[in-house]
Design a protein around this ligand. Structure first.
Ligand code: PGA
Length: 262
């Protein structure tokens, strides 16, 4: 039985982080395009580093895989040395931009106010923001995961223009790059609370957003996540750096999505 309330296809986003010289990024993209040429049951996005966006965009131009950026600055232009604006990302062919990844919150001191401005700037530039949220190990141990994540979302979406489309990626910090993925049931419970909050508290239409899980996603565990009715896809780090592995994640995501968890 198909889950009729869900959007038609799952969304799988590869976050390459700070990996890939030009030649390697081009090779990875070409391999992915070849492996996923026949695959139409997933929306696939890759987020290369800034330096590879233009060349990857060229390889993707005739393919169905879409382009995303890992970050963007919340001003259109001006004296912000070293930054890249959302309109510049759009100009390069990006459709998506990650916002508020925990690595940026942790290592670059990004706070919720700054993240909220990025979400708004992304939408205003025609990009779909992927707001990343997730609790630390300590917060989880204190039983505060849900409260923490809802608060991050409340603050992160504070400036969201009405009627905007967006994505929320729930990525527990303790699950990122550790091989310790959350259980599909736990991730689904958090995302169910997120969905309820977005629809009931914020009055946002269910069709306006998609909810992803991220954190040590692999070809082996992806189907368990997408089989959950609250999980629309995944944000994938390490497993997106090999074309074969990422293609296997994409195929697994589609397989899980078609199963019912009930
Ligand atoms: P991981 O990273 O899949 O390597 O755990 C996920 C992310 O940071 O987006």
């Amino acid at each position: 039985m198909e889950k009729v309330s869900r959007v038609a296809t799952p969304l799988v986003i590869g976050n390459w982080k700070m990996n890939g010289m030009l030649a390697a990024s081009g090779k990875l993209t070409r391999e992915l395009v070849a492996l996923l040429a026949e695959h139409a049951t997933c929306e696939v996005v890759v987020c290369p580093p800034f330096t590879a966006l233009l060349s990857v965009a060229g390889v993707l131009s005739a393919a169905k895989i879409r382009l995303g950026a890992q970050n963007g600055y919340p001003a259109e232009k001006g004296a912000f040395t070293g930054e890249v604006s959302m309109p510049m990302l759009r100009d390069l062919g990006c459709d998506y931009v990650l916002v508020g990844h925990s690595e940026r919150r942790q290592h670059l001191g990004e706070d919720d106010g700054f993240i909220a401005r990025k979400v708004r700037a992304a939408v205003e530039s025609g990009l779909t923001p992927v707001l990343c949220v997730g609790e630390s190990r300590a917060v989880r141990a204190a039983g505060e995961s849900e409260r923490h994540v809802l608060r991050q979302i409340e603050l992160g979406l504070e400036l969201l223009p009405s009627e905007a489309s967006f994505v929320v990626a729930y990525e527990p910090v303790w699950a990122i790059g550790t091989s310790l993925a959350a259980s599909a049931q736990d991730a689904s419970a958090v995302l169910a609370a997120v969905k309820a909050w977005l629809c009931k508290e914020r009055g946002i239409r269910e069709q306006a957003f998609r909810l992803l899980y991220g954190g040590s996603v692999t070809p082996e565990n992806i189907a368990e996540f997408t089989a959950q009715s609250e999980i629309d896809g995944a944000l994938v780090g390490g497993a997106s750096l090999s074309a074969e592995t990422f293609a296997a994640v994409v195929v697994g995501a589609a397989r899980g999505y078609l199963c019912t968890s009930k």
